[in-house]
Design a protein around this ligand. Structure first.
Ligand SMILES: NC(=O)c1ccc[n+]([C@@H]2O[C@H](COP(=O)([O-])OP(=O)(O)OC[C@H]3O[C@@H](n4cnc5c(N)ncnc54)[C@H](O)[C@@H]3O)[C@@H](O)[C@H]2O)c1
Length: 507
């Protein structure tokens, strides 16, 4: 296996060296091939996502297929502009010179993806890598086997198999792939594996983009209008907690911060809206995804085994191991030191934090009192934890919005909605600190897989004679005026009308 892998990778590198992938016609053909794959295999894709995750086909279209088609259409429309060299303005002193930034593909790319959006997280990076003219290996997650197998078996019918390959397997295959030299690795997954990826990549000085996870907080201010509360905020919170792969999404809301007096209203509104979205018996609902596998089901179940956490459940909590179903669940004030509040939840459990924070956690959370007295206290709470991938705030308070932007750090900030940033091509998608390194989506994907080569062209007709030795104070004066772009001063020095104020005798 290892030997075959090595041979395949060598052949791909050879193919890249021949230069085919750099041509606009090749890039366009692959992007169109991907579009055809999505169109012709749409039903198979929906089936695979349903098999792997119980994902409804409408959700699958909204979160994966539809987004991919949108990204492909953008890449096809803008490809020529993205590929074009950009002039880099030079100062007038550089007479008869011209400079440009020439986008050049990086070479051989490795994409390792996770299971929760197995199509989207494999193909979205592929779009950028192809558009940028690279050869690409994708290793989908073994935990979404139907999707992985569909990618491996069907994609070769639509793409250039010399330059684009899907290699299936789990951590062992991932590890084998990491033993080879890549020109860039884009990894989507956990911070734990992200660390392994980065240390393996460091051996060859391979640059990495790490799309990781973490706990994304949402702040809900005490909105007074019922429209704001019910229709907008709570609806969007429920959608962003349970509606995208049942909360198994890196940008799902992980926990909600609410002022204590508002919390019971929030819980009541949420209960009603959960019923509206998933019916009286959500177990029967086809609109909520299932947990990916038994291991993750038990991981989530474990989060609730601590009696102190269990006692905080105010809604839901039922589970069915056979169908890997977990009911949309709400908890109020689980202990901050519990795994529920220290680990990424990645499932349909929503802790609401209102205060009643044990003293042991106060120092750690940076709060001075045991309650979230004011919604503004959430800033300290968020800042006492690793930088999240996304921060959401439902508020009309403009001062709070400004403070959140300037006083907290996260991959993205969204006011009065959640998850939608993922769909915006003009916004870079990526984390900071524990939540990731680098960014992609839209033109940022092209840039992620591109080296902007600095190209300068000079004429032989002119020169700045004073940039060469032997050195003297006169040349120092000329250089100083040059770097200040003080052309008049330069002229005066050349004409002998301006004298150096400094006289150095260093040597
Ligand atoms: N930022 C994002 O865009 C984003 C999107 C989805 C998921 N995530 C994060 O991903 C995590 C869940 O995904 P997961 O369970 O698939 O993560 P994971 O880190 O366990 O696995 C991700 C990928 O890495 C591979 N892998 C695992 N061990 C490896 C090793 N030792 N060497 C090489 N490859 C290895 C897996 O086979 C899989 O393809 C969560 O933390 C979530 O927040 C982030």
């Amino acid at each position: 296996m290892e030997k075959d892998l090595g041979k395949e990778i060598m052949q791909m590198r050879e193919c890249y060296r021949k230069g085919n992938t750099k041509h606009v016609t090749w890039r366009r053909a692959q992007l169109k091939g991907l579009l055809s794959f999505l169109a012709e295999k749409e039903v198979e894709i929906f089936r695979a996502l349903n098999l792997d995750l119980g994902k409804n086909y409408v959700e699958a279209f909204r979160d994966e297929v539809g987004l991919l088609k949108k990204s492909l259409n953008l890449a096809l429309k803008d490809l020529k502009t993205w590929m074009a060299s950009k002039e880099a303005k030079l100062p007038s002193i550089a007479l008869l010179s011209y400079a440009e930034l020439v986008p050049e593909p990086l070479g051989l790319i490795l994409v390792i993806s996770s299971w929760n959006f197995p199509m989207g997280l494999s193909l979205e990076p592929l779009i950028g890598a192809i558009a940028a003219g690279n050869a690409v290996v994708i290793k989908p997650s073994e935990l979404a086997p139907a999707s992985s197998s569909l990618l491996a078996n069907a994609l070769p019918n639509y793409l250039d198999t010399q330059a684009i390959k899907v290699i299936e397997g789990g951590p062992a295959v991932g590890q084998q792939l990491l033993h080879h030299k890549w020109d860039k690795i884009l990894f989507t997954g956990s911070p734990k594996v992200g660390r392994i990826i980065m240390s393996e990549a460091a051996k060859n000085l391979t640059p990495v983009t790490l799309e990781l996870g973490g706990k994304c907080p949402a702040i809900l201010d005490s909105l007074s209008w019922s429209w704001d509360k019910e229709v907008v905020a709570i609806n969007r919170i429920i959608g962003a907690k349970y509606g995208s792969c049942a909360g198994q999404a890196c940008i799902s809301i992980d926990y909600l911060l609410v002022e204590k007096p508002f919390s019971s209203t929030v819980v009541e509104l949420m209960k009603a809206l959960i019923k509206k979205m998933y019916g009286d018996n959500p177990r029967e609902s086809h609109s909520i995804s299932r947990i990916i596998n038994k291991h993750h089901f038990l991981r989530l179940k474990d989060l609730l085994t601590d009696q102190k956490v269990k006692d905080c459940i105010v809604y839901g909590g039922s589970m069915d191991e056979d169908s890997l179903f977990i009911e949309p669940t709400i908890l109020v004030d689980p202990p901050l030191e519990s795994a529920m509040m220290t680990e990424e939840i990645f499932g349909p459990l929503l802790p609401i934090i209102t205060g009643a924070i044990p003293f042991s956690c106060l120092e750690k959370s940076g709060l001075s009192s045991g309650q979230l007295d004011k919604i503004e206290d959430s800033i300290d709470f968020i800042n006492s934890r690793p930088k999240p991938l996304a921060l959401y705030a439902f508020t009309k308070n403009e001062v709070l919005k400004e403070r959140l932007v300037s006083e907290t750090s996260s991959g993205s900030v969204v006011f009065n909605d959640a998850i939608i940033q993922f769909a915006a091509d003009t916004l870079p998608f990526g984390g900071i600190g524990e939540s990731g390194i680098g960014k992609y989506h839209g033109k940022f994907s092209f840039d992620t897989f591109t080296h902007y080569k600095a190209v300068a062209r000079r004429s032989l007709l002119t020169d700045l004679w004073y940039r060469f030795p032997p050195w003297n104070n006169y040349k120092l004066e000329l250089l100083e005026n040059t770097y200040n772009y003080d052309y008049f001063g330069l002229l005066l020095v050349i004409l002998g009308l301006k004298r150096s104020r400094k006289t150095f005798h260093v040597n």
